[in-house]
Design a protein around this ligand. Sequence first.
Ligand SMILES: Cc1ncc(COP(=O)(O)O)c(C=O)c1O
Length: 411
Amino acid sequence: MMATVNENFLKLQAGYLFPEIGKRRRAFQQSHPEAKIISMGIGDVTQPLAPAVIEAMHGAVEEMRKAETFHGYDDGGIGYEFLREAIRDNEFQPRGVALDIDEIFVSDGAKSDTANIQELFGLDNIVAVADPVYPVYVDSNVMAGRTGAMAGQGMYQKIVYMPATSENGFVPEPLKEKADLIYLCFPNNPTGAVATKDQLKKWVDYARQNGAVLLFDAAYEAYINDPAIPHSIYEIPGAKEVAIECRSFSKTAGFTGVRCAFTVIPKELLVKSGSGQRIALNPLWNRRQCTKFNGVSYVTQAGAAATYTAEGKKQIRSTIELYMNNAKAIRETLASLGYQTHGGVNAPYIWLKTPNNLSSWEFFDLVLTKANIITTPGVGFGPSGDGYVRLTAFGQPENVKEALKRISRLF
Ligand SMILES: Cc1ncc(COP(=O)(O)O)c(C=O)c1O
């Protein structure tokens, strides 16, 4: 006798994109040891933490030195009140969104929250995602058993894929068919697209009419420049009854290695039980987090709260501006060279159409071998991503400049 495996894990496609990029990079570097490879593909940030954050974290460490100010478990593991109040007062109240702090759950990342949130829903729910898509939404549902096998072309059976293409401006319209859990990500990774109020309203209306739930990933909302673009799904009337929102300090404040994020589950959000009862998700997520998660460290939460001080706000804004200056340089240089790009205006990602109808991997290889630059092949995010590569604005400005010089000489 032997223990048996969760068969759903066997349905997962091998983590293919980033290992394959690494393999091709190493092979090229081995045969060209002199080449100075620049990555425009990384999704990680490069700039240091804001001084206000560092100071607050140092202060919090000092508090841990004395019994009177020591902090142990974060009661309940859903975030200290000081941080949840700061989130409510700075992220939502100014946008006309009234939340109770017990609708805000602090966590260690939007990756874990967007992956774990599906646990609240029955296995018979139909999941819809954009194509291309941040892979976590799909893979977490595969692991849970909400999909069939891989049906070829990088798509799983029983998942509804909504093509995000240049024809729809990379913002899929609500579906004709029924879906129960709809993942939306704006500003989008990988396309850099944003959704207008009207576009989001259509999704909120769809969810209200069809009893669906929107899982809204706003990890990049801090990169929105256009004042007309909503930062939160809750800026759309009626969204509180149908939407969960995930946010993160990772790209907003350079917390990729520190780890802090939060998820909002309004108390009005109800789903149905098998016996037809209406069930609120907010207490269920509280229960789930209290059972499976023991909170983010006090030091980290003190650092996250410092992003909402006057100094902290100024400092994180200036880092975001540095990245967005990179984005502008990338967009403008590529446009002047005749490339077609999308995104990079309200998002740190630039979605570049490959020239001459090259596939994503053909263009990846060309740019690696001729310009020694790493890009991320769009097809790695879904079949509709073929013919694109993703560039990120998170590099060091001098590397971005050098990379653009090399791209200018490519053809
Ligand atoms: C769309 C999207 N959501 C969530 C995350 C994960 O963020 P975190 O660092 O908070 O786990 C990322 C990170 O790349 C992302 O691109």
